[in-house]
Write a protein that binds this ligand. Structure first.
Ligand code: HEM
Ligand code: HEM
Length: 187
């Protein structure tokens, strides 16, 4: 399985980044919602500490993924796709990248504004980005929540689009992102 992307297929590195980040984003929603249902206490704080560590991991992976993407040309979209579909696909991917940065950054800023430490799995602590500020905390917290709703909506759209490509259009768009498969034009 080649590491590099080709004009017709994502390589192992891009696939690895994609599925690792996707799994972590799902984990982020699960952890945040589990923590949300709990009263303030050790268990809630432990879940949020995990949420912060995974969230900072997403930030680091998103930086690496973006660098990789800038150095490796993306596979072409199928010729039969309508211009509006191409625009939506592009807009969705750009929105994903913006959110993969904005979610961790608003989370990190929110924690800094409360002077709550952000550790990375107990190995080291990230520095505070801003000083304590109750007003900024409220604003950043609402932003984090609103952006998470947006991320959720875009992810649903993205998954439905991938399934439409596979089952309706019967093209290679889904398969070429899946490891250990072969891209053969199916239409
Ligand atoms: C991709 C990364 C991230 C995603 C997808 C994400 C998603 C979420 C979601 C869905 C919630 C629950 C929102 C609600 O109440 O409806 C939440 C809450 C929270 N997140 Fe994140 N988050 C990410 C990264 C981070 C990071 C890096 C930090 C801190 C360093 C952080 C700190 C928090 C905190 C403290 C809450 C609880 C807010 C509260 O209810 O007081 N998050 N996050
Ligand atoms: C919520 C987590 C997810 C995120 C953040 C995400 C993000 C992205 C991004 C940014 C791209 C653009 C290519 C790249 O730069 O890697 C992409 C492509 C792709 N994603 Fe996802 N994705 C997620 C979940 C999924 C799921 C669950 C599926 C499968 C149903 C999926 C299927 C695909 C496919 C097939 C492509 C390739 C599209 C193309 O060739 O242009 N993704 N994804």
């Amino acid at each position: 399985m080649p590491n590099q992307d080709s004009p017709t297929r994502y390589g192992a590195v891009a696939q690895g980044f994609h599925w690792l980040i996707a799994a972590l984003v799902v984990t982020q929603f699960v952890l945040a919602n589990l923590a949300d249902d709990l009263p303030i206490g050790a268990h809630k704080l432990a879940l949020l500490a995990r949420h912060k560590s995974f969230g900072m991991t997403v930030l680091m992976l998103a930086i690496l993924r973006l660098l990789w993407r800038l150095k490796n040309p993306q596979p072409q979209l199928p010729a039969g796709m309508a211009p509006w579909e191409r625009h939506i696909a592009r807009a969705t991917h750009i929105a994903f990248y913006v959110l993969l940065f904005a979610m961790p950054l608003t989370g990190w800023l929110m924690s800094s504004a409360k002077n709550y430490s952000v550790s990375w799995f107990g190995l080291f602590t990230w520095p505070n980005l801003i000083g304590p500020n109750e007003h900024a905390f409220d604003l950043l917290r609402s932003t984090h929540v609103i952006l998470s709703d947006l991320l959720f909506a875009i992810a649903i759209l993205h998954i439905l689009a991938a399934l439409k490509h596979h089952f309706w259009d019967k093209d290679d768009v889904l398969v070429r992102m899946v490891p250990f498969t072969k891209s053969e034009k199916r239409t």
